[in-house]
Write a protein that binds this ligand. Sequence first.
Ligand SMILES: NC(=O)c1ccc[n+]([C@@H]2O[C@H](COP(=O)([O-])OP(=O)(O)OC[C@H]3O[C@@H](n4cnc5c(N)ncnc54)[C@H](O)[C@@H]3O)[C@@H](O)[C@H]2O)c1
Length: 360
Amino acid sequence: MTTLHRISPSALHSFVQAIWLQAGSSAAEARLVADHLVAANLAGHDSHGVGMIPSYMASLTQGFLQLNQHVSIEKDVGAVITVNGHNGFGQVAAYEAMQHGIARAEKFGIAAVGLHHSHHIGRIGHWAEQCAAAGFVSFHFVNVMGDPMVAPFNGSDRRFGTNPFCAIFPRRAGKPLLLDFATSGIAFGKTRVAFNKGQPVAPGYLIDHQGQPTSDPGVMHQPPFGSLTAFGLHKGYALATLCEILGGALSGGRTTHDATLVTSHDAIFNCMTTVILNPDAFDAPGMQEEAESFLAWVKRSPQSGAAPIQVPGEWEEHNRQVREREGIPLDSNSWAQICAAALQAGMPEETLATWRALAQ
Ligand SMILES: NC(=O)c1ccc[n+]([C@@H]2O[C@H](COP(=O)([O-])OP(=O)(O)OC[C@H]3O[C@@H](n4cnc5c(N)ncnc54)[C@H](O)[C@@H]3O)[C@@H](O)[C@H]2O)c1
């Protein structure tokens, strides 16, 4: 039986920073990691929030994740740059890659950034929001290098990652429109959250090691391993394939195949190809009004049930408002694993005791 704690976002942010400072991160790195993980929880994506800390700590201990790395530009042709993340924190690599891309888009109106060899870059919407905050539209194709979890359409074992796709459109009249999802029916982290809570996942998202449908999230966490399935039948699988090639190959990174398979389940490496556009570069002075007219029109559709009609990104915005007010929900299993990771980082038990009190 698990208990659900509610933890203040700012206190959780301080704890996450303390863990990574203890592990050896610079203050700037610890802050970027905490910013990203807590923001994922605030957005409602607990699969990519502070619950990732034990996995990151295991990756560090096993020698995969490298602390205090910065991206280096490997090829620069002006509007297109390719950067190497040097196996460093994705929260730093993707942040720096987007900063470079935004500067190029400011100069050229359009820019593309290939990021390869980055440790897990987490919630992709965070990087799109960085572009939107600077006034830009962006598209992101991402692959998960060498760590297959998803079966191809008509296949029965894992061949590629949960390869997210993301796009954002900044609005003058409100929060950006944000499309941000895994091309698997559900993100792997959502199976971890369900597994930790001892709950099944909804039918249709998982197959077992024999390719048979199951709702047991355990098939993703203990042998014999099963697979996730792609969303939207052949369409999701096709998008996942393009994320693998555009994210993994075009960026200068690697795709998933027998020569790149990783043996550890704790190290997650992402590659991402991002296109950043200045909307003002188009001859579209009525663009914002057109967008708002469409969104208002869509929302006037009579509701089919109890749930309201939302536009992409609104779900995250609603979660932010609730969680800023009520705190971030964390189950006791995930909390215990995060505290264990703090000890693993070398945090003394007396110091940890004060942080443990957050979840009383
Ligand atoms: N780094 C990686 O390797 C990796 C891999 C997979 C997923 N991820 C991340 O995991 C997170 C979760 O992915 P997911 O597939 O579980 O997302 P999801 O299924 O929760 O879908 C989220 C998307 O659907 C939109 N949405 C939700 N409800 C809506 C509604 N009622 N109407 C309209 N739009 C709605 C959201 O605004 C968002 O764009 C994402 O942030 C993704 O970037 C990362």
